[in-house]
Structure formats: C-alpha cells, structure tokens
Write a protein that binds this ligand. Structure first.
Ligand SMILES: Cc1cc2nc3c(=O)[nH]c(=O)nc-3n(C[C@H](O)[C@H](O)[C@H](O)COP(=O)(O)O)c2cc1C
Length: 233
C-alpha cells in the first residue's frame, strides 16, 4: 500500500477533523497464531550489557525509531526526541560522564536498598556498552513544546507517553534482530550538555544498540508468570 509522508506541525485548538478508519479484521485463528508467536519472540528479549563492536544496519535502527514514533501520546503531542549517536568521540564523552555519575551512585548515593535490588543484575559503575555498542539512541522527553519565538505550551502525560514509545522501540529493535539495553545513569543532565539539546528537553534514557558480544552473559532472571500479573473478572 502506498503511503504518503505528511510533516507534523504543531496545532493547538484546531477543530475535530475525523477521517474513516477501516482496518481489515483478522480471523481469530490467525490472531491466535500471531499472538502466540509474538509472545514467544518477546520472551526471548533480554537486556544486553556486553556488546560486540560490529556495526549494525542503521536503517533497521531508524525504522525502529520510526516505529517508536507511532506510539500513542497524551493529546497526540508526541513529546519525544531520539538522538542517534554513532560518533566514537561523542560516545566516549557520554561514557566518561555516565561513569562519573555512576561511580557516585554505586559508592553510596543509591543507598543500600537500591544497591541490594541491583545486585542480582551484576551491574557496576563501569559501562563499556556505551563505547562498545556501535550506536546509542538517547531518548529525550519534551517537557513542554517550545516554539521558535520562545512560546511554550504544556505537554500532558509526558512520562507515560515516552515510556510507551521506548517500550515500542525496544520491541521493534528486538523483533528486527538487534540487542539493546535501556540505561538510566542518574542524574542524566550531562546528556543535554554533551548533545546540545534545548531547554524543553530532559534526558529519559540512553539505549545502546548492537549485537551481543560472543561471550555475552545475562543474569538468570525469572519473569512473573501470567497468573501473577493478570487479574480477570
Ligand atoms: C526504566 C528502566 C531503567 C533501567 N535502567 C538500567 C540501567 O541504568 N542499567 C542497566 O544495566 N539496566 C537498566 N535497566 C534494565 C533492567 O535492569 C532490565 O530490564 C531488567 O533487569 C530485566 O531484564 P530483561 O530486560 O533482560 O528482561 C532498566 C530498565 C528500565 C525499564
């Protein structure tokens, strides 16, 4: 099906303009088969912290970002910016700044309860994935809309909207054959400085993307079973 790309421009207070929406209905048997396959494939996703340095097909990454940008958002304000970083020098600066923050965190800033929660993951303040992975996607939340003339407009449900978009991004990367890690060094202000982002944007996460290193290991985690997460009436 041919698609046309229309560029979004900020609208505020426009009238409701409905258009028909008639997606084909999938037969239940096909739905069931697809749901089971998707469940199995998603269950194979793991957070990777040891990456090979091999390059990845960048159009796969760009398509995954385009998938993320189809996410629902509060008042359709799409309050996200994805910064794709490949430059080794910029990745090095991000790693140095992240490790500086993480050192303070692991040296006590996190507190014993948080450190205990992290212990089964085997993480520490050394973050080689930030320079080993061939690409980083740095996700920013647009806390408010900022016009070129300095006009500000409130954005609604920014945390929820960006969280959903990042979930879709991680799913798209995984289903396209790439590995990723959602990394949240705290605080993340240095990302705005290194990447020169505007005042309305706040870093949400750094997502290294690549292939697992040949000797990659992951913690032996157990996911909650369906009956532990689903309540039905
Ligand atoms: C919001 C969020 C923040 C996270 N931050 C980090 C992080 O800073 N460093 C890290 O190594 N993993 C981080 N993770 C990854 C989790 O540790 C990981 O998803 C969890 O242990 C489950 O493992 P799995 O993704 O392989 O299922 C984060 C995950 C989420 C959802």
């Amino acid at each position: 099906m041919a698609t046309t790309t229309r560029h979004w421009t900020p609208t505020h207070g426009d009238p409701y303009r409905p258009v028909p929406y008639r997606p084909g209905r999938m037969a239940p048997a096909e739905s069931l088969a697809r749901a089971a396959e998707l469940r199995a494939r998603m269950d194979e996703r793991r957070t990777v912290r040891q990456f090979a340095t091999d390059p990845v097909p960048l159009d796969v990454v760009r398509d995954a970002i385009a998938c993320a940008a189809t996410a629902p958002s509060g008042a359709h304000q799409q309050p996200w910016t994805f910064v794709l970083v490949r430059d080794p020098g910029v990745r090095r600066r991000i790693r140095d700044a992240a490790e500086e923050e993480e050192r303070l965190s692991y040296d006590g800033r996190l507190g014993e309860e948080w450190l205990a929660a992290l212990r089964p993951l085997g993480t520490d303040e050394v973050k080689p994935h930030l320079t080993d992975a061939p690409a980083l996607i740095v996700v920013f939340q647009q806390r408010y809309w900022l016009g070129e003339d300095g006009t500000k407009r409130k954005h609604y449900y920014v945390d929820e909207s960006v969280g959903i978009a990042v979930g879709m991004l991680l799913s798209a990367l995984h289903l396209s054959g790439l590995a990723a890690l959602i990394h949240t060094p705290s605080p993340m202000r240095f990302l705005s400085d290194v990447l020169g982002r505007p005042a309305n944007e706040k870093a949400f996460a750094v997502i290294p993307v690549g292939y697992p290193a040949p000797d990659c290991q992951v913690p032996d985690l157990v996911r909650k079973s369906l009956d532990q997460v689903l309540v039905e009436f």
